[in-house]
Structures are given as C-alpha cells and as structure tokens.
Design a protein around this ligand. Structure first.
Ligand SMILES: Cc1cc2nc3c(=O)[nH]c(=O)nc-3n(C[C@H](O)[C@H](O)[C@H](O)COP(=O)(O)OP(=O)(O)OC[C@H]3O[C@@H](n4cnc5c(N)ncnc54)[C@H](O)[C@@H]3O)c2cc1C
Length: 416
C-alpha cells in the first residue's frame, strides 16, 4: 500500500486524507498545531456557498481600484508593500480581472462547488458528523437599486448553470427572515438561494480528524514541516525536527504555508495571505438572530447561524498585519453588525477572530500533480476553502491514484 504524507490538518488536508484513505492509501497527516482546524479553517464565515464562488479578481474591482486604495474602512483594503511576493501576486491579480478570465474562473469554481456539495453529502450520509450543519439557504440583501441590478445579471448567469434563485421584495425578505424587520425600510430587494448551506468548519475538522483516526490515519501534531528537499534520485522529501519524514508521496495541503514549502521544490504557487475577520455571537431563539445565511451586500459581510452561534465574517485586507489595524477592523465589523441587525441581543460579547485566506490571484486553487514525481498540491482555496474542500479532495485523490476518472476535465482546470 502506498504511504501518503498530507501536510496540514485544515479542512483541505483533512478532506484530502479522507478521500485518500477511502482509496486504500496509508495516510499520515502532519500538522504544526496541537489539533486540527486551528488556522484559517477555525472561525471562517461558515458558508457552504456552492453557488456564490465568483473570483475576487473582476472587472468591477479593476474599475474601482483607485477608491479601494484610499478607502480605509472599505471591504477590500490594500496596503502596498515593497515586497516582491506581494507585487508579483498583485500583478497576476490585475491580469485575472479581465472579463474572460473572470468568467472562466467563475464557471470552473461553480463546477468544483457542485462536486464538493455531492462529495460532502455522500460523506455525511455514511458518517453523520455533527458540525451544526444547516441547509437553510442564503438570503442576499440589497440596499441600492444599482447593486440589485448587478444581482439580476448574476442570477441570469447562475440560472444558465442550473442554480435557481428567487428575487424577493423587502416585505417578502422580512417574512422569510423576520430578523431583518428593523431595517426593512432600507431594503431595496433580496435574492434567496435555497440550495446554500452553512456549518461550523472547525467542528467539521474535529469530527473528521476523529473519524480518520478511527480509520487508521496517523496524525502527528505539533510537528511543523520545516522544509522540502530534493533527493539525488529526484524525489521530494519533507523534513520535520531536522529529520526526513517517511512517505512515498507528499501532498501540500497546508494553506498559506504551502507557498514557502513549494518554493523549496522550485515551484511558485502564487499563494498570498489575504486577511479577513470574524465575530462569533452566542445567541438563542430570543436574540433576533437570523436562521438563514444572510449577506449584507453593501458592506460585503456574511452572517451564518451555526447552532447556538451567529458567525459574522467579512473584509479582505492585503498586506495588513499590525495588531492595531486588526483591532480597528474588528471594531468596524462590530459596528456593521449593529447597523445591520440593530435589535440583535447576544448572550455574551462576541469572540473576535482574524485569519489569512490562502489566496491565488484568480481565486482558483491548485490541485493535483507537479513536475516532481512524488509531490502533489491541494492548496490556494482563498475565500472558499470550506465550500470547495471536498471536491478538491476528490480531484486530488484521483490524481494521486493516477485515475483517469470522469473528473479529469475538471481537474485539468485546477492543475499547475
Ligand atoms: C474571515 C474569513 C472568512 C471565510 N469564510 C469562508 C466561508 O464562509 N466559506 C468558505 O468556503 N471559506 C471561507 N473562508 C476561507 C476558508 O476558511 C479557507 O479557504 C480554508 O480554511 C483553507 O483551508 P486550508 O486547509 O487550505 O488551510 P488551513 O485551514 O489554514 O489549514 C492549513 C493547516 O496547515 C498547517 N500548516 C501550515 N504550514 C505547515 C507546515 N509547514 N507543517 C505542518 N503544518 C503546517 C496549519 O497549521 C493549518 O492547520 C474564509 C476565510 C476567512 C479568513
């Protein structure tokens, strides 16, 4: 049996380990942290947003770039740095903003989203892991006519790909989601997509790591992989605690950390960390919290109900890492919550979190084989790693298995 070393126990690494184990591989997961799901997969927006996978790079971003550079409280903030990696990433990002690239990436991601939904559904039918999973749909709320018009175009695009959405008036939106009643007068319109889901990504990581351990997958926590090296025979070897790790093949599934390890093997994955923020409120049925996932389109903030918690997430910061700026952005997110759900009565002050999306310029992850015979990649899922993890894992496992499966065509669109 082939032994595969999966580096990273975030949602992407765990899903990869699951798919590999199902195919009979011997799998070891190696993780820098003390348990699974402690980096970007910890407190993300909780959206399994299979139909809303539009890449960040778009003609609209390109047109408004000058404003983005100046707006200190906008949803997307860029602090340019004299850093080769950032400059290189931004240049590739600008190139990916073309209409054609944006359209192609949207279609590729939609297909990957659809595969992910069916793979996760299959997994949960066999192993009902508890992660506050809900299928309450997604309600996008618009406060301006211009943004609503843009949403109608998006709805036409999605309809042509088999995604059904319902346009709602302010009254209808509030009937569906009464927590919006306090801001009803501001609502221009809404779109409801019943097929969207939500869940607690960290809880899924915990459940999945336990399931995998029971299936014989070995976990080595507190073990950062320090580097990759190339043997005289041209194979890649991973090192931790200065010792080589035993494996027939290596999968880089370590999120933002994949960039530097891949560099050791001479590969530039173009993954750059994009910071985002979340707040987690404890709520009950009297808190006035939404049941469906709700998106505040004006501020680009998403809300998801995960059991007795309300997860709020938003903002994309490029090149912003100092604690003061992070605190300021968290305060902005808190005021956006107060503005959008003025009647929300949380049981405790929210828990604030900030994480780094492992983002590629075109928002498409890299999945599959590399030029190095025993090195595989499953990384760069950016703002959509929870949503895309299970389809990506299926493609990755098919690639490791050398399988010419029905997904070959899709896999080709995510390969190096
Ligand atoms: C604010 C915010 C909101 C988001 N909302 C959503 C959402 O609603 N829906 C969605 O689909 N996605 C969302 N995302 C994106 C999603 O969280 C990520 O795409 C996803 O978590 C990436 O998973 P990963 O497994 O690739 O990376 P990670 O979860 O970061 O896992 C990588 C793991 O590798 C380990 N590691 C790194 N380097 C090494 C090394 N050298 N040796 C050993 N271990 C190593 C890390 O410790 C970590 O555990 C959001 C992200 C943010 C920041």
């Amino acid at each position: 049996m082939k032994h595969i070393l999966v580096i990273g126990a975030g949602i992407v690494g765990l899903a990869s380990a699951y798919e590999l184990r199902q195919r009979g591989f011997e799998v070891t997961v190696i993780e820098a942290q003390g348990k699974a799901g402690q980096e970007t997969s910890k407190a993300n927006g909780a959206q399994l947003s299979y139909s809303f996978v539009s890449p960040l790079a778009s003609p609209v971003v390109l047109r408004t770039l000058h404003k983005l550079l100046l707006d200190r409280q906008g949803a997307l903030r860029i602090r340019p740095r004299a850093d080769g990696q950032q400059i290189n990433w931004l240049l590739h990002f600008l190139a990916a903003c073309s209409v054609s690239q944006n359209r192609q990436a949207s279609e590729d991601l939609l297909h990957l989203g659809s595969l992910s939904k069916s793979v996760l559904t299959e997994l949960l039918q066999q192993h009902p892991i508890a992660f506050s999973h809900n299928r309450n749909g997604k309600l996008m709320v618009f406060e301006s006519d211009a943004s609503l018009t843009g949403a109608r175009d998006q709805a036409r695009f999605l309809r042509s790909h088999g995604v059904s959405q319902e346009e709602l008036s302010a009254d209808e939106a509030c009937r569906l989601e009464p927590s919006l009643l306090p801001i009803k007068d501001r609502i221009e319109g809404a779109f409801f997509t019943p097929s969207e889901e939500a869940g607690d990504c960290e809880a899924l990581c915990t459940g999945l790591s336990q399931l995998l351990a029971s299936q014989g997958v070995v976990f080595r926590y507190n073990t950062p992989v320090e580097r990759l090296a190339i043997t005289p025979g041209g194979l890649v070897q991973a090192y931790a605690h200065d010792s080589p790790l035993d494996a027939d093949a290596i999968v880089l599934a370590n999120g933002t950390g994949a960039q530097s390890l891949a560099k050791d093997a001479g590969i530039n994955l173009h993954i750059y960390p994009l910071r985002g923020y979340s707040l987690t409120y404890s709520v009950d049925n009297n808190s006035g919290a939404p049941q469906a996932s709700v998106s505040d389109i004006r501020n680009k903030v998403v809300y998801a109900r995960i059991g007795d918690k309300l997860r709020v997430a938003g903002m994309i910061d490029i090149g912003i890492n100092d604690p003061q700026a992070i605190e300021q952005r968290t305060q902005t997110l808190k005021s956006q919550v107060k503005d959008f759900f003025p009647a929300l009565k949380a049981l405790e002050p929210p828990v604030a979190w900030s994480g780094q999306r492992p983002a590629r310029p075109d928002s498409k992850p890299l999945i599959g084989a590399t030029a190095m015979h025993n090195l595989f990649i499953n990384a760069g899922h950016g703002a959509l790693g929870f949503t895309l993890a299970f389809g990506s894992a299926r493609l990755l496992a098919e690639s490791v298995d050398g399988d010419s499966s029905p997904n070959l065509h899709l896999a080709a669109r995510f390969s190096l």
